[in-house]
Ligand binder design. Structure first.
Ligand SMILES: [Zn+2]
Ligand SMILES: [Zn+2]
Length: 260
């Protein structure tokens, strides 16, 4: 594999299972050029995010690794930050504390419900209603100016929550907003190992995104070292098939491009 990045990794600072060094070992074996650690930063007190008391040590340790890790793999300072409508100022404050190379903006909550880990409320709304609520939040996240990357674009399907009717217009509207907001999306391979058994986003959406010129980056959403760069060969084939020729890399919240 040529110059490749994996920008979405969780360590034991949040809900990942291991420390930086173990992920780096795998990254080296898999010949990655860059690895970005992006532990969860969430304003809600959940057990899968970085505890506020650990912010200083995360900042120190990861910055140190970015500056001093001098083997073949370059380390990037990422964050995966939850978007909450109306709390943009607080989110901005938290992000500004970290010397991030990039910030992934994700939606894991709908009206306070953590839909991708708690299945108890499926059925309360129609799936179409859930899609509508979810993608409105994604649109707001894109427009907020807080984020460089929108995380797992269609996460709402993770637990096999399929819309009752075709939602192509909603995807198109959302992608158009992402394009106008000049935000990148990720091809996140983790969905292949979840009940939905598909990439985030799925092929049709990726095709639309490519057509309107939304830049893409690549990520595994690894929660343990063995998952680093999972399904990447398949992912790169898919990217090429839908027409992508480059992926985006980040440093100091500035973008670069890599040919694939
Ligand atoms: Zn996520
Ligand atoms: Zn994640």
């Amino acid at each position: 594999m040529s110059y490749m990045v994996d920008y979405h990794i969780h360590t034991n600072f949040s809900d990942g299972k291991d420390s930086y060094m173990h992920y780096l070992e795998v990254a080296r074996k898999k010949d990655l050029a860059e690895i970005g650690f992006s532990d969860h930063i969430t304003l809600e007190p959940v057990d899968w995010c970085v505890k506020e008391i650990d912010y200083p040590v995360l900042r120190e340790n990861l910055k140190n690794l970015c500056d001093n890790f001098s083997e073949d793999v370059q380390v990037r300072f990422g964050l995966e930050v939850d978007f909450f409508s109306g709390r943009e100022e607080e989110i901005k404050q938290v992000i500004s504390y970290f010397p991030a190379d990039y910030v992934i903006g994700s939606v894991h909550f709908i009206d306070g419900w953590n839909f991708d880990s708690d299945t108890s409320l499926y059925g309360k709304w129609t799936n179409n209603e859930l899609y509508h609520k979810y993608f409105k939040l994604i649109q707001e996240a894109a427009k907020s100016g807080l984020f460089d990357i929108i995380g797992h674009f269609d996460l709402i399907k993770k637990m096999q929550c399929w819309p009752e009717t075709d939602q192509t217009p909603l995807y198109e509207e959302t992608l158009k907003i992402i394009k106008e907001a000049n935000v990148v999306i990720e091809l996140n391979t983790s969905g292949l190992d979840h009940p939905c058994n598909d990439f985030f986003p799925q092929r049709e959406i990726l095709q639309m995104a490519c057509k309107i010129g939304i830049p893409i980056t690549l990520s595994s959403d690894a929660h343990q070292p063995i998952q680093v760069a999972r399904h990447f060969e398949k992912a790169i084939s898919l990217l090429k098939e839908v027409g992508y020729t480059k992926i985006t890399r980040f440093r100091n919240r500035q973008r670069g491009e890599i040919e694939i």
